[in-house]
Design a protein around this ligand. Structure first.
Ligand SMILES: [Zn+2]
Length: 185
């Protein structure tokens, strides 16, 4: 684990835990194991929001979105061995959520990339930052409507927190709603 890229991956070994209310519970995501998975397929993420999700950073870089059904998470933001920024999703878990929430998870991981969280800039408030940035981007780009926001709130209120980076589902959903209702400060 002396490779600096791996260190970054461990620091950003975060994503979404699904609550026991959904009948599933995942242990901590272990970056080293997931990195060992070689079967990655390019993902085509189509959602009901009218189009396919794309993660284009402010510097023009398009973040590659990959699928990995062995990923112990809905989605994660990471860098590959060459330092290229990627998003990896597990469609099996993604399908448990409503389309607007699926889009939100991708926007959340894209926010981690945009905000530099995979470049060592990962701190205790970064999950909230990514949530807030994601929902505001979705509104800005007309990728979500009121029904979609309600779907996101409903889904995320069922997601378990971890007492650390992730707040409880209801708290997290409330914060996302608050971000949706306010402009960036
Ligand atoms: Zn996150």
């Amino acid at each position: 684990m002396s490779n600096p890229t791996w260190q970054v991956l461990i620091g950003v070994g975060h994503g979404i835990r699904i609550s026991s209310r959904l009948g599933l519970r995942f242990g901590p995501y272990i970056a080293g194991i997931v990195l060992a998975v070689v079967m990655l397929a390019t993902a085509t993420i189509a959602t009901a929001a009218g189009g396919s999700f794309r993660c284009v950073l402010n510097d023009g870089e398009t973040v590659l979105i990959l699928e990995d059904r062995n990923l112990q998470n809905v989605a994660v933001a990471r860098r590959d061995q060459t330092g290229r920024r990627t998003i990896v999703t597990n469609p099996t878990y993604m399908e448990l959520f409503q389309p607007a929430t699926q889009w939100f998870w991708l926007a959340h991981e894209c926010a981690h990339q945009q905000l530099g969280h995979t470049l060592g800039n990962y701190g205790p408030d970064r999950e909230q930052q990514a949530d807030c940035y994601a929902v505001r981007q979705m509104i800005k780009h007309s990728e979500v409507d009121l029904a979609g926001l309600k779907a996101i709130q409903n889904d995320i209120s069922k997601v378990a927190g971890d007492g650390k980076a992730y707040r409880s589902g209801p708290e997290r959903a409330a914060e996302i709603t608050a971000c949706a209702l306010t402009k960036p400060g």
